[in-house]
Design a protein around this ligand. Structure first.
Ligand SMILES: *[C@@H]1O[C@H](CO)[C@@H](O)[C@H](O)[C@H]1NC(C)=O
Ligand SMILES: *[C@@H]1O[C@H](CO)[C@@H](O)[C@H](O)[C@H]1NC(C)=O
Ligand SMILES: *[C@@H]1O[C@H](CO)[C@@H](O)[C@H](O)[C@H]1NC(C)=O
Length: 496
């Protein structure tokens, strides 16, 4: 087959099939691919498949998957299937999903590889699919619910949503699944493991590629440099620098943007906030906070960005403010019970935790922890850590809150402890390889990474990660270009 031929086919395909390729609306492919198969035009078939692969989208991936299956395009079938699993939350909103048959829905939702923020997505998808043709489909409720991992849902959701759902109430088999989930929540952790149900197994998605972004920091003064670690390629690269020097800032990833909040510019604690767009590789400024803060904690809760505590140049702060990205405005919320500079924060189970820090008044590093409920706008103390930690790295992995390193006076720690909110207890896990304070922490692909920091005398360029399954820390072979402490660290989706 000449190259010219192929080129012509391809341009025809693109012309006929644009815009979005939904197979039912593109008879050209319905005809072309089978014809190519019959005529043994392997190159045409390959071109069709490659074209369809490049067109994968949440609205068409299920159709393309069925089409690939029918025409024995194994590679395309696998690609479309993986795509549907990775974009499950968007795919279930499509017409194609609502029109799937029962077998196909069961096959999709039983996959261990679904990428979902919570099992809620699967439950809601089932309810939406059944309601699309309720009279016919409600008899399938039990068959579908067999694949919804109810035990993995929070209790509140089970009680307030699942139990209240008419489709569940009407099926005794569904109620049995609900009882199984309730039982799971009532059992102590040791005994949960003994429940040998497929529904208590965590899904293990093939994750979309991620990058770790390390922003500013001190090396030894405040710097502008920003570097990214590519987990797949296992290497670092530089991206656009901060508009101005910044260390001791708060860092989050929200709505596809990285926010660098407050911090220290080498001479002043600042109120300014910069946001980074990874697609454009570009920084812009957004609204200033109300207070100057360095060594603050920053986290996202219910779509708002919170800036917690910190140091304004003279005192430690108990004040907390929140940023609404839509209105580009900051507003104060209830202050913490304690002033906390060098505080670490994390969100688990819909609550924002502020961990340790330094209160300035008693001149003590803190072991206390408090959590914020946005509904009641209140801070409440929870169980204390086993030890005082200021400048600890705080991160969340598998619904547990980790406090990594930090210091108590001149003593820099390598110890790590983890908080289980359902039990309200802290327990010790394996030590890091190095003592670190003022390091950055983030969780990705089931591992907890700790980046840089200082050991009491030097800024560190090394990175290590914790694997909760093996209870081991491993040093990453590739270091940052420079040692930095007080850098901001977050994980983002790799731009295409
Ligand atoms: C309960 O299910 C039965 C059969 O599956 C159906 O006939 C009936 O309408 C359902 N009731 C409600 C309230 O959905
Ligand atoms: C720090 O910020 C202040 C106030 O915005 C500014 O006047 C000063 O020039 C900045 N210093 C550096 C080193 O960028
Ligand atoms: C916040 O407090 C309210 C009222 O006590 C409670 O109903 C809700 O479950 C709490 N939120 C979380 C996430 O625990």
């Amino acid at each position: 087959m000449s190259q010219l031929w192929l080129k012509t086919w391809k341009s025809l395909l693109i012309e006929w099939c644009w815009p979005p390729v939904v197979l039912t609306s593109t008879p050209c492919l319905q005809v072309l691919l089978p014809a190519a198969g019959l005529l043994q035009l392997q190159d045409v078939k390959k071109t069709c498949c490659e074209f369809l692969e490049s067109q994968l989208h949440p609205v068409n991936c299920l159709g393309i998957r069925a089409f690939a299956d029918m025409h024995a395009c194994t590679d395309l079938l696998n690609k479309a299937n993986t795509y549907a699993e990775q974009h499950f939350a968007d795919v279930v909103l499509s017409e194609e999903f609502l029109n799937l048959g029962i077998e196909q829905v069961c096959s999709l939702i039983s996959s261990d590889k679904l990428t979902i923020s919570s099992e809620e997505k699967v439950f809601e998808a089932v309810i939406a699919w059944v309601n699309h043709d309720k009279d016919v489909r409600q008899e399938f409720m039990a068959r579908l619910m067999e694949h919804v991992r109810l035990p993995l849902l929070p209790r509140e959701y089970l009680v307030q949503r699942v139990e209240e759902e008419a489709l569940v109430k009407n099926s005794s088999a569904c109620k049995d699944y609900l009882i199984e989930a309730m039982k799971y929540h009532l059992l102590p952790t040791e005994q949960r493991i003994l429940m040998k149900s497929v529904r208590t197994r965590l899904r293990t998605p093939m994750n979309l590629p991620k990058l770790m972004v390390v922003v500013g920091g001190q090396a030894p003064k405040a710097i502008r440099s920003v570097e990214c670690y590519d987990f797949k390629e296992e290497r670092w690269h530089q991206v656009a620098e901060l508009p101005s020097r910044r260390c001791r800032a708060g860092m989050v990833y929200m709505a596809g943007l990285v926010f660098a909040v407050g911090g220290f510019n080498g001479s002043l604690r600042v109120r300014t906030v910069d946001s980074y767009d990874p697609v454009k590789d570009q920084w812009t400024s957004v609204a200033n906070m109300r207070d100057r803060r360095s060594t603050l904690g920053a986290a996202v809760l219910n779509g708002l960005l919170y800036a917690v505590g910190g140091f304004d140049g003279s005192t430690g702060l108990s004040s907390v403010e929140a940023y609404n990205i839509k209105s580009n405005e900051w507003f104060h919320v209830a202050p913490m019970n304690t002033r906390r500079s060098s505080v670490g924060v994390g969100v688990v189970g819909g609550l924002l935790y502020a961990v340790g820090g330094y209160d300035g008044a008693s001149r003590q590093c803190l072991s206390t922890v408090e959590c914020y409920n946005a509904t009641t706008n209140e801070w409440t103390y929870t169980a204390e850590m086993s030890t005082r930690r200021s400048g600890a790295g705080v991160g969340v992995l598998n619904n547990l809150l980790y406090a990594v390193g930090g210091h108590d006076g001149p003593l820099v720690r390598k110890s790590v402890e983890v908080y289980d909110p359902t039990a309200n207890t802290w327990r010790q896990v394996a030590d890091m390889n190095m003592c670190r304070r003022n390091a950055g922490v983030c969780a990705v692909n089931g591992l907890l990474y700790v980046v840089g920091g200082d050991d009491g005398s030097c800024n560190l360029a090394s990175v290590e990660y914790y694997n909760p399954t093996t209870d081991k820390w491993t040093v990453v072979s590739s270091c940052m270009s420079t040692g930095r402490s007080y850098a901001g660290v977050t994980v983002i989706d790799k731009p295409l």
